[in-house]
Design a protein around this ligand. Structure first.
Ligand code: 8YV
Length: 312
Protein backbone atom coordinates (compact mmCIF):
# COMPACT_ATOMS: atom_id res chain seq x y z
CA UNK A 1 0.00 0.00 0.00
CA UNK A 2 1.06 3.63 -0.34
CA UNK A 3 1.34 4.10 3.45
CA UNK A 4 4.16 1.59 3.50
CA UNK A 5 7.71 2.93 3.01
CA UNK A 6 8.84 2.86 -0.60
CA UNK A 7 11.87 0.77 -1.44
CA UNK A 8 13.66 0.15 -4.70
CA UNK A 9 14.75 -3.32 -5.82
CA UNK A 10 17.60 -3.08 -8.31
CA UNK A 11 17.68 -6.57 -9.82
CA UNK A 12 15.48 -9.67 -9.41
CA UNK A 13 15.69 -11.23 -5.95
CA UNK A 14 14.90 -14.74 -4.80
CA UNK A 15 11.09 -15.18 -4.80
CA UNK A 16 10.99 -15.83 -1.03
CA UNK A 17 12.68 -12.50 -0.33
CA UNK A 18 10.66 -10.62 -2.90
CA UNK A 19 7.42 -11.92 -1.37
CA UNK A 20 8.42 -10.85 2.14
CA UNK A 21 9.43 -7.41 0.96
CA UNK A 22 6.13 -7.03 -0.87
CA UNK A 23 4.27 -7.77 2.39
CA UNK A 24 6.03 -5.00 4.31
CA UNK A 25 6.98 -2.32 1.82
CA UNK A 26 5.82 -0.48 -1.24
CA UNK A 27 8.21 -2.12 -3.69
CA UNK A 28 9.42 -0.51 -6.88
CA UNK A 29 11.42 -2.75 -9.18
CA UNK A 30 13.99 -0.94 -11.26
CA UNK A 31 14.54 -3.92 -13.56
CA UNK A 32 10.85 -3.89 -14.54
CA UNK A 33 10.87 -0.27 -15.70
CA UNK A 34 10.73 0.18 -19.47
CA UNK A 35 12.50 3.52 -19.05
CA UNK A 36 14.48 3.65 -15.77
CA UNK A 37 15.40 7.33 -16.25
CA UNK A 38 11.75 8.37 -16.57
CA UNK A 39 10.84 6.18 -13.62
CA UNK A 40 13.57 7.71 -11.42
CA UNK A 41 12.61 11.26 -12.45
CA UNK A 42 9.02 10.53 -11.36
CA UNK A 43 9.54 8.40 -8.22
CA UNK A 44 13.15 9.01 -7.20
CA UNK A 45 12.36 11.28 -4.26
CA UNK A 46 9.89 8.75 -2.83
CA UNK A 47 12.47 5.97 -2.47
CA UNK A 48 13.61 5.53 1.14
CA UNK A 49 15.77 2.42 0.84
CA UNK A 50 17.31 0.06 -1.68
CA UNK A 51 17.55 -3.71 -1.72
CA UNK A 52 20.27 -5.17 -3.87
CA UNK A 53 22.40 -8.29 -4.17
CA UNK A 54 26.05 -8.62 -3.21
CA UNK A 55 26.94 -9.31 -6.80
CA UNK A 56 24.80 -6.48 -8.22
CA UNK A 57 25.37 -3.41 -6.06
CA UNK A 58 24.12 0.09 -6.91
CA UNK A 59 25.53 2.63 -9.31
CA UNK A 60 26.58 5.93 -7.76
CA UNK A 61 24.77 7.81 -10.54
CA UNK A 62 21.54 6.22 -9.34
CA UNK A 63 22.17 7.04 -5.67
CA UNK A 64 22.69 10.67 -6.68
CA UNK A 65 19.10 10.75 -7.92
CA UNK A 66 17.62 9.27 -4.73
CA UNK A 67 18.06 12.06 -2.14
CA UNK A 68 15.76 10.41 0.43
CA UNK A 69 17.38 6.98 0.19
CA UNK A 70 19.49 6.54 3.30
CA UNK A 71 19.65 2.74 3.59
CA UNK A 72 20.88 -0.06 1.35
CA UNK A 73 20.17 -3.64 2.38
CA UNK A 74 22.48 -6.07 0.60
CA UNK A 75 21.37 -9.67 0.11
CA UNK A 76 24.93 -10.93 0.46
CA UNK A 77 28.26 -9.71 1.82
CA UNK A 78 29.80 -8.18 -1.29
CA UNK A 79 29.81 -4.39 -1.46
CA UNK A 80 32.25 -4.22 -4.36
CA UNK A 81 29.71 -2.49 -6.56
CA UNK A 82 28.63 0.11 -4.02
CA UNK A 83 30.53 3.38 -3.62
CA UNK A 84 31.20 3.22 0.13
CA UNK A 85 32.76 6.70 0.19
CA UNK A 86 29.68 8.22 -1.41
CA UNK A 87 27.46 6.32 1.02
CA UNK A 88 29.47 7.49 4.03
CA UNK A 89 29.49 11.11 2.82
CA UNK A 90 25.70 11.03 2.44
CA UNK A 91 24.86 9.13 5.65
CA UNK A 92 23.60 6.13 3.74
CA UNK A 93 23.63 3.02 5.94
CA UNK A 94 24.53 -0.27 4.33
CA UNK A 95 23.65 -3.65 5.76
CA UNK A 96 25.16 -6.98 4.71
CA UNK A 97 24.23 -10.54 5.64
CA UNK A 98 27.27 -10.73 7.89
CA UNK A 99 28.44 -14.17 9.15
CA UNK A 100 25.41 -16.00 7.76
CA UNK A 101 27.02 -17.39 4.62
CA UNK A 102 30.60 -17.83 5.87
CA UNK A 103 30.40 -21.57 6.52
CA UNK A 104 28.61 -22.35 3.26
CA UNK A 105 31.12 -20.44 1.18
CA UNK A 106 34.04 -22.08 3.00
CA UNK A 107 32.39 -25.48 2.52
CA UNK A 108 32.19 -24.85 -1.22
CA UNK A 109 35.85 -23.80 -1.36
CA UNK A 110 36.84 -27.13 0.18
CA UNK A 111 34.30 -29.02 -1.92
CA UNK A 112 35.91 -27.59 -5.06
CA UNK A 113 39.40 -28.28 -3.75
CA UNK A 114 38.64 -31.91 -2.91
CA UNK A 115 36.45 -32.51 -5.95
CA UNK A 116 39.18 -31.23 -8.22
CA UNK A 117 42.01 -33.22 -6.67
CA UNK A 118 39.92 -36.40 -6.46
CA UNK A 119 38.47 -36.11 -10.01
CA UNK A 120 34.96 -36.30 -8.63
CA UNK A 121 33.09 -35.22 -11.75
CA UNK A 122 35.06 -37.48 -14.11
CA UNK A 123 34.65 -40.45 -11.76
CA UNK A 124 30.93 -39.88 -11.51
CA UNK A 125 30.64 -39.84 -15.30
CA UNK A 126 32.87 -42.93 -15.55
CA UNK A 127 30.75 -44.86 -13.06
CA UNK A 128 27.38 -43.65 -14.29
CA UNK A 129 28.12 -44.35 -17.95
CA UNK A 130 29.19 -47.92 -17.31
CA UNK A 131 32.69 -47.11 -18.64
CA UNK A 132 34.09 -48.88 -15.57
CA UNK A 133 33.06 -52.26 -17.04
CA UNK A 134 35.65 -52.00 -19.84
CA UNK A 135 38.21 -49.50 -18.59
CA UNK A 136 40.85 -49.17 -15.91
CA UNK A 137 40.30 -46.52 -13.28
CA UNK A 138 42.64 -43.52 -13.53
CA UNK A 139 44.37 -42.16 -10.45
CA UNK A 140 43.69 -38.81 -8.81
CA UNK A 141 45.76 -36.61 -6.49
CA UNK A 142 45.97 -36.55 -2.71
CA UNK A 143 44.74 -33.35 -1.03
CA UNK A 144 46.13 -33.89 2.47
CA UNK A 145 49.68 -32.69 2.88
CA UNK A 146 49.29 -30.26 0.00
CA UNK A 147 49.76 -26.52 0.28
CA UNK A 148 46.74 -24.24 0.18
CA UNK A 149 47.20 -20.51 -0.15
CA UNK A 150 44.29 -18.32 0.85
CA UNK A 151 44.23 -14.84 -0.63
CA UNK A 152 42.23 -12.74 1.82
CA UNK A 153 41.89 -13.88 5.43
CA UNK A 154 38.58 -12.30 6.37
CA UNK A 155 35.80 -14.33 7.95
CA UNK A 156 35.43 -16.51 4.86
CA UNK A 157 39.17 -16.94 4.30
CA UNK A 158 39.64 -17.95 7.93
CA UNK A 159 36.79 -20.48 7.72
CA UNK A 160 38.47 -21.96 4.64
CA UNK A 161 41.82 -22.10 6.47
CA UNK A 162 40.29 -23.95 9.44
CA UNK A 163 38.72 -26.53 7.16
CA UNK A 164 41.88 -26.98 5.11
CA UNK A 165 43.84 -27.48 8.33
CA UNK A 166 41.39 -30.20 9.39
CA UNK A 167 42.04 -31.92 6.05
CA UNK A 168 45.75 -31.96 6.83
CA UNK A 169 46.72 -29.26 4.36
CA UNK A 170 49.48 -26.69 4.90
CA UNK A 171 48.00 -23.21 5.01
CA UNK A 172 49.45 -19.83 4.02
CA UNK A 173 47.66 -16.53 3.37
CA UNK A 174 47.82 -12.95 2.28
CA UNK A 175 45.94 -10.15 4.03
CA UNK A 176 46.33 -6.39 4.30
CA UNK A 177 47.07 -6.77 8.02
CA UNK A 178 48.69 -9.71 9.84
CA UNK A 179 46.18 -11.92 11.66
CA UNK A 180 46.62 -13.73 14.96
CA UNK A 181 46.94 -17.13 13.37
CA UNK A 182 49.72 -19.67 13.11
CA UNK A 183 49.55 -19.78 9.29
CA UNK A 184 52.41 -18.46 7.22
CA UNK A 185 51.71 -14.96 5.85
CA UNK A 186 52.98 -14.07 2.38
CA UNK A 187 53.78 -10.50 1.35
CA UNK A 188 51.82 -10.60 -1.88
CA UNK A 189 49.73 -12.85 -4.06
CA UNK A 190 52.61 -13.84 -6.32
CA UNK A 191 54.52 -15.23 -3.34
CA UNK A 192 51.38 -16.96 -2.14
CA UNK A 193 50.87 -18.49 -5.59
CA UNK A 194 54.46 -19.75 -5.62
CA UNK A 195 53.80 -21.45 -2.25
CA UNK A 196 50.47 -22.95 -3.28
CA UNK A 197 49.28 -26.23 -4.76
CA UNK A 198 45.80 -24.72 -4.40
CA UNK A 199 45.39 -20.95 -4.55
CA UNK A 200 42.01 -19.94 -3.13
CA UNK A 201 40.66 -16.44 -3.75
CA UNK A 202 38.64 -15.13 -0.81
CA UNK A 203 39.11 -11.39 -1.18
CA UNK A 204 36.66 -8.62 -1.95
CA UNK A 205 36.09 -7.60 -5.55
CA UNK A 206 37.26 -4.06 -4.77
CA UNK A 207 39.11 -1.81 -7.21
CA UNK A 208 42.46 -2.66 -5.65
CA UNK A 209 41.88 -6.36 -6.37
CA UNK A 210 40.76 -5.89 -9.96
CA UNK A 211 42.50 -8.54 -12.13
CA UNK A 212 44.96 -9.20 -9.32
CA UNK A 213 45.44 -12.75 -10.60
CA UNK A 214 47.21 -12.27 -13.92
CA UNK A 215 49.73 -14.16 -16.05
CA UNK A 216 52.52 -13.45 -13.54
CA UNK A 217 50.57 -14.90 -10.63
CA UNK A 218 49.46 -17.91 -12.69
CA UNK A 219 53.04 -18.61 -13.76
CA UNK A 220 54.02 -18.50 -10.08
CA UNK A 221 51.20 -20.93 -9.26
CA UNK A 222 52.78 -23.28 -11.77
CA UNK A 223 52.03 -26.43 -13.76
CA UNK A 224 50.86 -28.41 -10.70
CA UNK A 225 48.87 -25.53 -9.26
CA UNK A 226 45.09 -25.18 -9.12
CA UNK A 227 43.17 -21.90 -8.83
CA UNK A 228 39.95 -21.84 -6.79
CA UNK A 229 37.69 -18.76 -6.93
CA UNK A 230 34.75 -18.22 -4.59
CA UNK A 231 35.24 -14.43 -4.43
CA UNK A 232 34.50 -12.39 -7.56
CA UNK A 233 35.24 -13.01 -11.22
CA UNK A 234 36.77 -9.55 -11.48
CA UNK A 235 39.69 -10.57 -9.24
CA UNK A 236 41.06 -12.63 -12.15
CA UNK A 237 42.35 -11.49 -15.53
CA UNK A 238 40.18 -13.93 -17.45
CA UNK A 239 42.14 -13.84 -20.70
CA UNK A 240 45.31 -14.70 -18.78
CA UNK A 241 43.52 -17.52 -16.95
CA UNK A 242 42.15 -19.04 -20.15
CA UNK A 243 45.58 -18.89 -21.78
CA UNK A 244 47.17 -20.51 -18.71
CA UNK A 245 44.57 -23.29 -18.71
CA UNK A 246 44.93 -23.90 -22.45
CA UNK A 247 48.72 -23.97 -22.31
CA UNK A 248 49.04 -25.97 -19.11
CA UNK A 249 50.78 -23.12 -17.30
CA UNK A 250 48.57 -24.17 -14.38
CA UNK A 251 46.94 -27.55 -13.78
CA UNK A 252 43.38 -26.34 -13.54
CA UNK A 253 40.78 -24.06 -12.03
CA UNK A 254 37.60 -24.49 -10.02
CA UNK A 255 35.37 -21.45 -10.29
CA UNK A 256 32.08 -20.36 -8.73
CA UNK A 257 32.22 -16.75 -9.92
CA UNK A 258 32.78 -15.04 -13.27
CA UNK A 259 33.24 -11.52 -14.61
CA UNK A 260 29.91 -11.40 -16.51
CA UNK A 261 27.46 -13.65 -14.71
CA UNK A 262 25.39 -15.51 -15.76
CA UNK A 263 27.43 -15.64 -18.94
CA UNK A 264 30.45 -17.91 -18.74
CA UNK A 265 33.13 -17.36 -21.36
CA UNK A 266 32.72 -20.19 -23.96
CA UNK A 267 36.50 -20.67 -24.02
CA UNK A 268 36.34 -21.52 -20.33
CA UNK A 269 33.39 -23.86 -20.81
CA UNK A 270 35.26 -25.87 -23.44
CA UNK A 271 38.22 -26.76 -21.22
CA UNK A 272 38.70 -30.14 -19.53
CA UNK A 273 40.80 -28.86 -16.67
CA UNK A 274 38.07 -26.72 -15.10
CA UNK A 275 35.33 -27.36 -12.60
CA UNK A 276 32.54 -24.79 -12.90
CA UNK A 277 29.63 -23.96 -10.59
CA UNK A 278 27.04 -21.19 -11.13
CA UNK A 279 27.72 -18.82 -8.18
CA UNK A 280 26.11 -21.13 -5.60
CA UNK A 281 28.49 -20.80 -2.64
CA UNK A 282 25.77 -19.28 -0.44
CA UNK A 283 22.86 -20.99 -2.19
CA UNK A 284 21.64 -23.44 0.46
CA UNK A 285 18.06 -23.45 1.73
CA UNK A 286 19.28 -22.72 5.25
CA UNK A 287 21.59 -19.83 4.41
CA UNK A 288 19.26 -18.19 1.92
CA UNK A 289 16.41 -18.32 4.45
CA UNK A 290 18.64 -16.58 7.01
CA UNK A 291 19.84 -14.06 4.42
CA UNK A 292 16.20 -13.31 3.57
CA UNK A 293 15.39 -12.68 7.24
CA UNK A 294 18.48 -10.53 7.62
CA UNK A 295 17.46 -8.19 4.80
CA UNK A 296 13.93 -7.93 6.13
CA UNK A 297 15.02 -7.32 9.73
CA UNK A 298 17.53 -4.66 8.70
CA UNK A 299 14.88 -2.75 6.77
CA UNK A 300 12.26 -3.09 9.49
CA UNK A 301 14.76 -1.82 12.08
CA UNK A 302 15.73 1.04 9.80
CA UNK A 303 12.14 2.17 9.28
CA UNK A 304 11.28 1.65 12.97
CA UNK A 305 14.15 3.60 14.53
CA UNK A 306 16.46 4.81 11.79
CA UNK A 307 19.22 2.24 12.30
CA UNK A 308 20.09 -0.87 10.35
CA UNK A 309 21.35 -3.84 12.37
CA UNK A 310 24.22 -5.59 10.58
CA UNK A 311 26.23 -2.73 9.08
CA UNK A 312 28.97 -3.35 6.53
C1 8YV B 1 25.10 -14.10 -3.51
C2 8YV B 1 27.39 -13.06 -2.96
O1 8YV B 1 25.19 -14.98 -4.56
O2 8YV B 1 27.37 -12.46 -0.70
C3 8YV B 1 27.73 -12.17 -1.82
O3 8YV B 1 28.39 -11.15 -2.04
O4 8YV B 1 27.96 -12.95 -3.99
C4 8YV B 1 26.38 -14.14 -2.77
O5 8YV B 1 26.06 -14.41 -1.47
C5 8YV B 1 24.50 -12.83 -4.01
O6 8YV B 1 24.70 -11.73 -3.24
C6 8YV B 1 23.01 -13.02 -4.24
O7 8YV B 1 22.76 -13.36 -5.50
Amino acid sequence: TTSQPAILIIQPLMPQLDEKLTQHFHCYRLYEQPDPAVFIARHGTAIKAIVTRGDVGVETALLEQLPECKAIAVFGVGTDRIDLNYAAAHDIQISITRDILTDDVADLALTLTLAFSRNLVAYHQFAQSGAWENNAVALSSRASGKRIGIAGLGAIGLAIARRAEAFGMQVAYTARTAKEVSYKRCDNIEQLAAFSDFLVLALPGSAENLQLVDAKVLTALGREGVLINIARGTVINEADLIAALQQGTIKGAALDVYPQEPIINPALRQLDNVLLTPHIASATHETRAQMTNNVLENLLAYFADGKILTAV
